[in-house]
Write a protein that binds this ligand. Structure first.
Ligand code: PA5
Length: 427
């Protein structure tokens, strides 16, 4: 199927290949430090090797656990928010595996309406299983959703049967772990050395994917393959380092936004994962690129105007999918709809023509455009993409000079919320 490639596809930046190469070479020592495993981030680098959290034995164990669920469930609810659910949701929504239970999402909202709707929807299934994913089990959304769903299962199946249907993924020694021990729920591991948004290659992301029927072995292999590629490539040819240097350059040119643009709506939830990764990792200390998305061609009919002619604040990273993996040919008609010039043409080609036209119009309009070309939307490629973005994000944060792994800014609103809700100890 070929490689993932990153090219500069036009637009006004003043950036030449020579200057980019100089930037990349200047960042080579940083790449070497990161590859060696930086001491200062040791507590956050459990994802870097892939095998620490997703070695073959662990993946086999998760597949066994998932097989038990798949043999009995027709609905599986993933309870989690942020880094705890985004990666699994990205993959399940992109690949839409068949012949497994319906995968439903909870704990990512405290909307009463959404929660009530979910409970009603669950009544329509025969056999419901749940997995609550929360690193320290202090986050409000998954915490209270888990209670509601446990209660639902207990009412419906009785205590003992409900316990067999409950999984939880948390840090060993956490209150979630204790809850599992006390009540006989199956406990899975949220690795200590991996933060939420870096957790795709661990029980956090892989177990729900396995329940859905995703080929998790292929996905993990994709992560490994990208890891090996990024470890082996010299700085000048290192895809992640080039991307990180390009991002830094854009930021220095006064651009504030990176827009991930694509013409496959299957990637909508992958894009949400990407947004969280970069926003939470890089957006701090008064700097960082604000990650936004254009899911085309639909968004060309809304934000397309701004992109083309509005404030020059963004650059675009187009994700181009090379595989021709579906076909719908426009049939002939004897009714006058004036689309005969497209009769016999395939939607795939029409979509691709729209993509090329957009890249041309945007880059001719001066917007810097990068193209990240991927061979296909499949488990292996998604694994490669996850690792590529994780590693790039780490490098990007280091180049910008921020800590890639913390998120102190998200605590501010929580203080007011917890105080107003009467949480013990909240100030
Ligand atoms: O990336 C992160 O660390 C965060 O986005 C968390 O994943 C998110 O806040 C949920 O945290 P928890 O798993 O502890 O409920």
């Amino acid at each position: 199927m070929g490689d993932i490639t990153l090219t500069f596809a036009g637009g006004r930046t003043g950036l030449t290949e020579e200057v980019l190469d100089q930037r990349v070479q200047a960042a080579a020592p940083l790449l070497a430090e990161v590859l060696a495993g930086e001491e200062q981030y040791q507590d956050n680098l459990g994802w870097l090797s892939v095998d620490e959290a997703a070695g073959p034995e662990r993946v086999d164990f998760l597949l066994e656990q998932a097989a038990r669920v798949r043999a009995d469930a027709d609905a599986f609810v993933v309870i989690g928010i942020g880094g705890s659910n985004q990666a699994a949701r990205a993959v399940v929504k992109a690949l839409r595996p068949e012949n497994g239970p319906a995968i439903l999402w909870a704990g990512n909202t405290i909307s009463a309406c959404e929660t009530a709707r979910l409970l009603k929807e669950l009544d329509g299934y025969q056999s419901v299983y749940i997995d609550c994913i929360a690193k320290n089990f202090e986050t409000l959304e998954p915490g209270i959703s888990f209670r509601v769903l446990r209660h639902y299962l207990e009412q419906r199946y009785g205590q003992a049967e409900a316990a067999k249907r409950i999984f939880a993924t948390g840090t060993p020694g956490s209150t979630l772990h204790q809850l599992c021990i006390d009540n006989g729920y199956t406990f899975l591991t949220f690795p200590e050395r991996i933060g939420g948004r870096y957790s795709v290659g661990s029980d956090v992301g892989l177990f729900p994917m396995a329940v859905a029927g995703v080929d998790v072995k292929a996905l993990v292999q994709g992560m490994r393959d990208m890891r090996d590629q990024l470890r082996a490539a010299p700085a000048g040819e290192n895809l992640a380092l080039r991307y990180a240097c390009l991002r830094k350059w854009m930021l220095e040119q006064g651009l504030s936004l990176e827009m991930l643009a694509f013409f496959e709506p299957r990637l909508d939830y992958f894009a949400k994962w990407w947004i969280q990764l970069f926003a939470e990792s890089e957006g701090k200390d008064g700097t960082g690129l604000y990650p936004v998305v254009s899911s085309n061609s639909e968004d060309l009919h809304s934000i397309g105007q701004f992109i083309q002619q509005g404030s020059p604040i963004l650059f675009e990273t187009f994700v181009t999918v090379r595989a021709r993996d579906a076909s719908v040919v426009l049939p002939a008609t004897d009714k006058k709809d004036y689309f005969d010039y497209l009769t016999g043409r395939d939607f795939w080609d029409i979509n691709d023509t729209a993509r090329r036209a957009t890249m041309r119009a945007h880059s001719e309009g001066g917007i810097p455009c990068l193209e990240l070309s991927i061979p296909a939307i499949d488990a292996h490629t998604l694994g490669e993409l996850f690792y590529f973005f994780l590693f790039s994000c780490y490098l990007s944060c280091r180049l910008v000079g921020v800590n890639p792994f913390n998120q102190p800014g998200v605590e501010s609103y929580k203080g007011y919320m917890f105080k107003n809700l009467g949480k013990p100890g909240a100030k």
